[in-house]
Design a binder for this molecule. Structure first.
Ligand code: AMP
Length: 420
């Protein structure tokens, strides 16, 4: 036998038993996010590479080493989407959505691509859901977006979640802070990793994202960005915290939280789940008041978050979420004539009654078809064999109590009217 072709490293098949859980999670996203007035938006799987370079930032891990980019046959530079915000903002600008509504609130469920080192909870193709609220500069908008993420995890019954929040201030604040951080880190330059050394001059804030232990030790004593916030930034942050308190949302302030993308300003936050181990980040987000202007639109404030679906599913108690998907009817047909009736009855019950109906297409014997009906946990079995055809009647068996009746073919639909 020739070698089989396997999936690409870092990708994952979602087989039917797991797909049920995905459907459950996705259906809850649609219900819950609409409660907050957010509408679904869908954007293409790939975009011009320049969109991500300009928005996420050239010094970030995503842009500098993780994007799946190529030049297509027409010479266009294209990238598989590594995150969603840039695409949503592109379509917002392109379609002048800000002129139609002063505030636009979107949610999405999407598939993303980053060439990271695969491990549990970290893939090269993964899925996120998230929101973008575009138009409001006010702290109540930050609080709404944070509450939406936090409450969603509670709504799904997730325990042990931790909300971390920080403010990285305005562009001016970050300019001042960058200088302070650079001056603090400079004496340690030779101790830093090669990539951090490169970032030191260009964008020292990125070093705060490090996962390397000895760098974390250095960073522990670094100056805090909160000490550079101007009065407006401080008032904004205090108001956000105040609103969270009003909603009884528990948070901890983490002054080292800056998030891995360049476009954030003021509020940034992350939600973690203790039981997830090393990859414990469920969700991250923040305000990005300068992004729309950077991408060529009219200056407009905005805030959003993105959350991983794979990690959410890992954190949920999966068995609880298996949804009853058993058939209403399994049609057991034995012999070629029976197949004719089986096809007709199955179609009638599916079209007229919206039943889940399974028929045997392997032409197996009566015993193995009954076994299958049992295995699938079917509510009823309709049995059609030579005898039934001779009498123009089917045998209908209630699989839970074992009772069976014979019903003439033409009355099968009305039979189910009385019992379901
Ligand atoms: P980010 O867009 O990097 O802020 O990530 C937001 C969330 O997406 C994270 O908190 C994770 O839950 C999830 N996530 C990010 N990258 C991956 C990945 N490579 N594999 C699985 N989930 C991911």
């Amino acid at each position: 036998m020739s070698d089989i072709i396997r999936n690409i490293k870092g990708t994952k098949d979602i087989l039917p038993d797991e797909a049920i859980i995905w459907q459950y999670v996705e259906s809850k996203i649609h219900i819950f996010f609409k409660q907050y007035g957010y509408s679904e938006i869908r954007t293409p799987a790939f975009e011009n590479t320049s969109l991500f370079k300009r928005s996420i930032g050239a010094d970030t891990d995503i842009v500098s080493k993780e994007m799946y980019s190529w030049t297509d046959q027409g010479g266009n530079n294209i990238t598989l989407k590594p995150e969603v915000t840039a695409s949503v903002i592109r379509t917002y600008i392109q379609n002048s959505l800000g002129k139609i509504n002063p505030i636009n609130k979107f949610y999405y469920i999407d598939s993303l691509f980053r060439r990271e080192r695969p491990q549990k909870g970290r893939y090269r193709q993964f899925h996120q859901f998230g929101v973008e609220s575009i138009g409001s500069q006010y702290p109540e908008q930050d609080a709404e977006v944070i509450a939406l993420a936090y409450n969603f995890y509670h709504y799904l019954g997730l325990k042990n979640i931790i909300l971390k929040i920080n403010s990285i201030g305005s562009k001016e604040t970050r300019g001042i802070y960058k200088k302070k951080l650079h001056d603090y880190l400079l004496p340690y330059k030779k101790d830093l990793t090669e990539i951090s050394q490169k970032r030191l001059d260009k964008n020292p804030l990125r070093i705060l994202d490090t996962k390397v232990n000895f760098e974390i030790d250095i960073i522990n004593n670094a100056p805090n960005i909160v000490d550079c916030l101007n009065d407006d930034d401080k008032i904004h942050f205090d108001n956000v915290l105040n609103f969270l308190n009003k909603m009884n949302i528990k948070y901890s302030i983490d002054n080292k939280l800056v998030r891995g993308l360049d476009y954030y300003s003021r509020t940034v936050f992350e939600i973690q789940c203790e039981q997830l181990g090393a990859q414990d980040a469920l969700c991250g987000g923040g305000r990005y008041d300068n992004l729309i202007e950077n991408l060529g639109g009219k200056s407009t404030p905005a805030i959003g978050f993105a959350a991983g679906i794979e990690r959410l599913i890992l954190a949920l108690d999966i068995k609880k979420y298996i949804i009853e998907n058993s058939p209403d009817v399994y049609i057991v047909s034995v012999g070629e004539n029976a197949i004719q009736f089986s096809i007709k009855i199955a179609n009638m019950l599916r079209v007229n009654k919206n039943f889940i109906v399974i028929t045997d297409t392997l032409r197996r014997g009566l015993k193995s078809q009954m076994k299958e009906a049992n295995k699938l946990n079917s509510k009823y079995a309709i049995i059609i064999g030579d005898n039934e055809i001779k009498n123009n009647k089917a045998t209908i068996k209630n699989m839970s109590d074992g009772n069976q009746e014979t019903v003439i073919f033409d009355n099968i639909e009305s039979y189910f009217n009385t019992i379901k």
